[in-house]
Design a protein around this ligand. Structure first.
Ligand code: SAM
Ligand code: SF4
Length: 326
């Protein structure tokens, strides 16, 4: 078991398969020319499998694939199939653009839940956010996953001046469609021009919902990052991930592995542990994983607090979101 100094057991690993992506979301990818990591620098299929097996031996029972966009990797199917043989709940976070090409793989790997990112229900705005014209494809693929009986969570990064006027459109969508919309407070990462006034807070989101709907809180489970709600009578639900205004670090069970094989004990940690180089030089990586967990900070990577006005993104040492793996 991987237990840190705050008595938190870590059983959930998020693996980034690549820092490459077929979309260009402005809040995720730095605007200046971003150089994707060359393939040789990334964990190869067998290396991902071996590192994942080590984590499983240490108590991991849930793995989420992410990126960048996990499904742009040419060997993504092979990776998914390999990991599906481990005794874990396997899930992924994707922008949804290529999901139709992976329907059989998802089915065979028994992936029962996917998170699909969609920040707007408006086709033109989608192009503005992602700098690509894939709204229809993503929309169809959400339907495809629902038709396959997959549990679909929709990730919406709520940003002032971008989509806060659409909050109730997303709630309306949950009336007849069993999607689980999760509004995420906008977070600061290297190069994403975060400012505190762009954050739409948990309270602001609820206030917006209250203008049209009444809702009930849903009971969560121990390590939930999202505060969950339902509008009575709706087939879907909604939730808020309040990382910035009400972080959930006290029950954190998550660890991250970047596509180039660096372990991060927190999304906001500045320290990284190079598991891939260690593996390639024949070292045992389990002790390194334990050391990383032992050094985990109590909250937000030890880099900032929850008073938004006091968060200075230029002082936070981290990667861009696309190269961490969200
Ligand atoms: N490409 C996949 C996707 O878009 O779902 C997976 C990777 S993406 C980095 C994972 C999640 O992080 C997405 O839901 C994305 O919206 C979210 N994200 C990216 N940058 C963010 C930020 N600055 N604040 C909050 N969420 C962010
Ligand atoms: Fe790509 Fe996902 Fe980042 Fe958008 S949020 S640029 S889809 S990795």
């Amino acid at each position: 078991m991987l237990v840190d100094n705050f008595n938190r057991t870590h059983n959930y690993l998020r693996i980034s398969l690549t820092d490459n992506c077929n979309l260009r979301c402005f809040y995720c990818m730095p605007e200046e020319d971003y150089a994707f990591a060359p393939h040789a620098q990334l964990m190869q299929v067998e290396e991902i499998q071996e590192i994942a097996e080590t984590f499983v031996a240490l108590g991991v029972n849930k793995i989420r694939l992410t990126g960048g966009e996990p499904l742009v990797r040419k060997d993504a199917a092979k990776i998914i199939t390999g990991l599906s043989r481990l005794p874990v709940e396997l899930t992924m976070t994707t922008n949804g653009v290529r999901l139709h090409e992976f329907a059989a793989v998802i089915n065979d790997a028994n992936i029962r839940s996917v998170n699909i990112s969609l920040d707007t229900l408006n086709k033109e705005k989608f192009q503005l956010v992602t700098r690509r014209n894939n709204f229809d494809r993503v929309w169809q693929n959400i339907q495809l996953m629902l038709d396959m009986g997959v549990h679909v969570k929709i990730n919406v990064v709520a940003m002032a001046g971008l989509n806060e006027t659409e909050i109730n459109d997303f709630i309306a969508w949950t009336k007849d469609t069993p999607v689980h919309v999760r509004f995420i407070e906008f977070m600061p990462f290297t190069g994403n021009k975060w400012t505190s006034n762009k954050v739409v807070s948990w309270q602001q989101i609820l206030a917006q919902v209250e203008t049209e709907y009444s809702y009930l809180p849903l009971k969560g489970s121990a390590n939930d990052t999202a505060k969950k709600y339902i509008v009575p009578g709706h087939k879907g639900t909604f939730a808020i991930i309040s990382t910035m205004t009400s972080p959930f670090c006290g029950t954190c069970n998550r660890m991250r592995l970047t596509a180039d094989g660096k372990m991060k004990n927190c999304l906001f940690s500045k320290e990284e542990t190079d598991l891939l180089s260690a593996l390639r030089s024949g070292q045992f990586i389990a002790p390194l994983i334990r050391q990383s967990i032992a050094a985990k900070a109590a909250e937000l990577g030890g880099q900032f607090g929850k008073i938004l006005d006091q968060v200075h993104p230029e002082d936070i040492l981290n990667r861009s979101m696309i190269s961490i793996g969200g």
